[in-house]
Design a protein around this ligand. Structure first.
Ligand code: ADP
Ligand code: ZN
Ligand code: MG
Length: 490
C-alpha cells in the first residue's frame, strides 16, 4: 500500500479507433470484417503500396473524424496536413504510413469522466487521421517452424488517433476515460466499439512521480491492451513496478512494453535506443486538407446527445438510481423507447417503466436477439399493460405472462386478456369460496398448520392461487387466507 501513497501515477492514453466507413481512407476498397472475410480479398494497388498508385482522401472518413473531434470539444484546424511516417514492416507494404504530424485535424479537446471523487476533465492534446496497417499472424508449428502471415484487408482503413494529456492519475481513471471515449465513438456512429474485434485499441503511457513534484517522471508505453480489465491490471502492475525501482534508487527505462494477459505482467518490446526515427515529412501525393466552417457547423448541429449527458439528464429528470439510469441509457434507441413510454405513462412511475424495460424486455431481447426497435411491443402498448396492472385488472405474475405473449405475438394486453380470460379475480366472495375449499380439501396440512407449522400458510396461498388459475388478486387473497386461518386457530 505504501507504494501507492508515496508516488502519484501519471497516465496519458493514446486511442486508435477505426472510422467504419464503407471504403478505406485513400482507396475504394471495402472495409471488411477481418474475422469473417478471406484474407487479402479487399486490396488494390493503393493500399497494397504498388509504385505509382495515388491516394485520394475519403470525405466520409473526414466527416467521421470531425464528429469525434467535435464531440470532444476540440478546435478544428482550418488546414491540416497529411504526413508520411516512414518505417519498414511487412504489414505496411508502402514502407510508410500516411498520418498527420505537425498539423493535425484537431487539438485542445476535453473529455469529462466520472471518478470516485466526482467528475474530472481530461484535456485532449490532439485528434488526427491516419491509415491502419495490415494484420500479421505469427505461427509456430513443428512441421514448418515459425512463420508469419499477413492480411492486408485492414491496410489503409481509416483510423483516428486521440491523444490525451498526461492528466489521468489512476488505473480506474484510465478505464473511465477509455470507456467514455469508446461510448462516444459509438454514439456518433463511427465505430462499433468492439474491442475484441480490434476496431478500437488502447495504449497507456505510464509514469510516476513523488507526490507534490511538478516534474513528470520517465514514462513507459504499454501496447496491446485489449480489454478494460487488462488495461487496469497492466497500469496497476506498472505503477507497482516503477515504485519498487524508485524505492531502490533505480531509474525507470523509457521503453515500449507489451502486456501479457495470461501471466499478468508487462514485458519489454523495445527500448528508447531502439526507438524509430520516422523521418516524418509532408505527404507529397495529397493536398492540404482544408475544412470549411459551414461544414463544421453542419456536423456540429447533427451531433447526438453524448452518453454521459444523457445519463445525467435521465437520472435527474426521472429520479432513477444510477444503475437503472445506466441500463435505460445504454444506447440511444433504448433511451428513446423509455422516454416515449414515460411520456405516455399517465401516472405510472418512471421507475416502474424502467424496471419492466430492463427486466423482462431486456431478457427477451437477449434470448430473441432482437434489439429494442425490433421488438413487437411498442412503448404505448407497454404502457397499456402497466395501466391494467395499476388498475388491478391483472396481477403482477399474469402481467409477466401477458408481456411474454405480447413480445411473441405483437398482440395488445387487452386482446390477450380478452382471449385468455386473464382478468384478475378481486371479488371477495369468489376468493373467500376458493380459500374455504382449499382449506377443506387439505385437512392434513391444516392440522400441521394448527400444530405450529406456520410456513404452510404460503403453501395454502399457492394452492388457492393455482385454483384461481393464477388470476386472484394477491392482496385480497392474502387477507382472506389470513382471516380464515386465524379463525381455524382459535
Ligand atoms: P509518442 O508518439 O512518442 O508516443 P504521443 O504524443 O503520440 O507521443 O503520445 C504521448 C502520450 O504520452 C500522450 O498521451 C501523453 O499524455 C503521454 N505522456 C507524455 N509524457 C508522459 C509522462 N511523463 N507520463 C505519462 N504519460 C506521458
Ligand atoms: Zn485499396
Ligand atoms: Mg505513443
Amino acid at each position: 500500500m505504501r507504494l501507492f501513497i508515496k508516488y502519484q501515477a501519471v497516465i496519458g492514453l493514446e486511442v486508435h479507433a477505426e472510422l467504419q466507413t464503407k471504403t478505406k481512407m485513400f482507396c475504394a476498397c471495402p472495409v471488411v470484417d477481418l474475422t469473417t472475410s478471406a484474407p487479402n480479398t479487399a486490396v488494390c494497388p493503393v493500399c497494397s503500396g504498388l509504385p505509382g498508385a495515388l491516394p485520394v482522401v475519403n470525405k466520409k472518413a473526414v466527416e467521421y473524424a470531425l464528429r469525434v473531434a467535435l464531440a470532444l470539444d476540440c478546435q478544428i484546424a482550418n488546414t491540416s496536413l497529411f504526413a508520411r511516417k516512414n518505417y519498414f514492416y511487412p504489414d505496411l507494404p508502402k514502407g510508410y504510413q500516411i498520418s498527420q504530424y505537425e498539423y493535425p485535424l484537431a487539438q485542445f479537446g476535453k473529455l469529462t469522466i466520472d471518478t470516485v471523487n466526482g467528475p474530472k476533465v481530461i484535456n485532449i492534446t490532439r485528434v488526427h487521421m491516419e491509415e491502419d496497417t495490415g494484420k500479421l499472424t505469427h505461427i509456430t508449428n513443428e512441421k514448418d517452424g515459425a512463420y508469419s502471415l499477413v492480411d492486408l484487408n485492414r491496410a489503409g482503413v481509416s483510423l483516428l488517433e486521440v491523444v490525451s494529456e498526461p492528466e489521468i492519475n489512476s488505473p480506474e481513471e484510465a478505464v473511465a476515460y477509455a470507456c467514455t471515449l469508446r461510448d462516444i465513438v459509438r454514439e456518433v456512429g463511427v465505430n462499433s466499439g468492439d474491442m475484441e474485434k480490434g476496431v478500437i485499441r488502447f495504449e497507456a503511457n505510464v509514469s510516476i512521480r513523488p507526490f507534490g513534484s511538478a516534474k513528470l517522471g520517465t514514462r513507459v508505453e504499454i501496447k496491446n491492451l485489449n480489454t478494460f480489465r487488462g488495461m487496469e491490471k497492466a497500469i496497476h502492475y506498472e505503477i507497482a513496478r516503477q515504485s519498487r525501482l524508485l524505492d531502490m534508487g533505480q531509474l525507470v527505462d523509457q521503453e515500449t512494453l507489451g502486456w501479457n494477459e495470461e501471466l499478468e505482467i508487462t514485458y519489454s518490446q523495445r527500448s528508447k535506443e531502439e526507438a524509430h526515427d520516422y523521418r516524418y515529412f509532408p505527404e507529397p501525393d495529397l493536398p492540404p486538407l482544408v475544412i470549411e466552417k459551414e461544414w463544421i457547423a453542419e456536423i456540429r448541429s447533427q451531433l447526438p446527445e453524448m452518453p454521459r449527458a444523457r445519463l445525467q439528464r435521465i437520472q435527474n429528470s426521472y429520479e432513477l438510481n444510477l444503475d437503472d439510469a445506466r441500463l435505460v441509457t445504454s444506447d440511444l434507441a433504448t433511451t428513446q423507447y423509455f422516454e416515449e413510454a414515460v411520456r405516455q405513462a399517465n401516472g405510472i412511475p418512471a421507475k416502474t417503466i424502467a424496471n419492466w424495460v430492463t427486466g423482462q424486455i431486456f431478457s427477451w431481447m437477449n434470448s430473441s436477439r432482437e434489439n429494442i426497435t425490433q421488438i413487437k411491443v411498442k412503448p404505448d402498448h407497454l404502457v397499456l399493460l402497466l395501466q391494467s396492472l395499476q388498475k388491478e385488472e391483472i396481477n403482477p405474475n399474469i402481467a409477466k405472462t401477458i408481456l411474454e405473449e405480447m413480445l411473441k405475438t405483437g398482440k395488445t394486453a387487452g386482446e390477450i386478456i380478452m382471449d385468455k380470460g386473464y382478468r384478475q379475480i378481486s371479488e371477495a366472495s369468489v376468493i373467500k369460496e376458493l380459500v374455504t375449499k382449499v382449506l377443506n380439501d387439505n385437512p392434513k396440512q391444516l392440522v400441521d398448520y394448527q400444530a405450529g407449522k406456520e410456513t404452510l400458510a404460503n403453501w395454502f396461498f399457492g394452492q388457492t392461487m393455482r385454483a384461481a388459475q393464477g388470476q386472484a388478486n394477491p392482496q385480497v387473497l392474502q387477507e382472506e387466507l389470513e382471516k380464515q386461518l386465524q379463525e381455524k386457530k382459535s
